[in-house]
Design a protein around this ligand. Structure first.
Ligand code: KIV
Length: 272
């Protein structure tokens, strides 16, 4: 079986913009490894995000803060090898861009050079403007991320819905306009009221991708482990589980153990 489909046309930032312009929704999921990236790409996903949520779902950490730039590059280069069509975006991890635009540029360039990914994602608005501009000036596409920004979890103190109050909502709209003006090609809005997300999607021209931000945006993203029913304990209102992989894998492994213990596996046809 060939794992490459050279005839397939790659998704680009231009195509994502065209999708928004013609009202076609953008599908995006996270991926962290070659095998899953290959499956998601083959299924036709538009964008794969190598999210720093790898810190939670791959490494078992409580927050996204511990993951390093080297870890992100390792995950990203694995994902890129599994993809022939999807546009691959990589989170710049906590501590690799905040407050220092030179370091931000260095981090983005390392991600692009060492993983072969197509863009980076950064959390924040006005406070990271210099870093965003510096990276964009090097020709690296940047996706913004506003609303609930998990890298700032210790500032928020909780993972509840953001921007419910007028002042925070106003700042979010201003940040979205600023990110568009800087040249970002898209923005993720995480866990904010649907009405506010709709207003942002109508105010800016670039694609707005929501997670827990309602349906009136230009696309949706979910963490792959959540939508496949692997992280069973995580059940926010915005999540729809499309499979129960926890059950499927548990049943398969129990069956395998049974067969090994009983001597049923391998049988005569399964040996040389
Ligand atoms: O890291 C991640 O998975 C993300 C998504 C939740 C948007 O940033």
């Amino acid at each position: 079986m060939s794992i490459h489909r050279p005839e397939v046309k790659r998704i680009t930032t231009h195509q994502l913009q065209a999708m928004k312009n013609r009202g076609e929704k953008i599908s995006m999921l996270t991926a962290y490894d070659f095998s899953m990236a290959r499956i998601l790409d083959g299924a036709g996903i538009d964008v794969l995000l190598v999210g720093d949520s790898a810190s939670n779902v791959m490494a078992g950490n409580e927050t996204t803060l511990p993951i390093t730039l080297d870890h992100m590059i390792y995950h990203a280069s694995s994902v890129v090898k599994g993809v022939t069509r999807a546009f691959v975006v990589v989170d710049i991890p906590f501590g690799s861009y905040q407050g220092n635009s030179t370091e931000a540029l260095r981090s983005a360039i390392r991600i692009m050079k060492e993983s072969g990914a197509h863009a980076v994602k950064m959390e924040g608005g006005a406070e990271i403007k210099d870093s965003v501009e510096r990276i964009l000036s090097a020709g690296v596409p940047v996706m913004g991320h506003l609303g609930l920004t998990p890298q700032s979890i210790y500032k928020f103190g909780t993972y509840t819905v953001r921007a419910k109050e007028e002042e925070e909502a106003q700042k979010l709209i201003e940040d979205a306009i600023l990110l568009e003006k800087c040249g970002c090609f898209s923005i993720v809005l995480e866990k904010i009221p649907a009405k506010l997300a709709e207003e942002v999607a109508k105010t800016v021209n670039i694609p707005i991708i929501g997670i827990g931000a309602g349906n009136a945006v230009d696309g949706q993203v979910l963490v792959m482990q959540d939508m496949l029913g692997i992280t069973k304990e995580f059940k926010p209102r915005f999540l729809r589980a499309y499979a129960d992989l926890d059950n499927i894998v548990t049943n398969a492994v129990e069956h395998y153990i049974e067969d090994v213990k009983s001597g049923d596996f391998p049988n005569e046809k399964e040996q040389y």
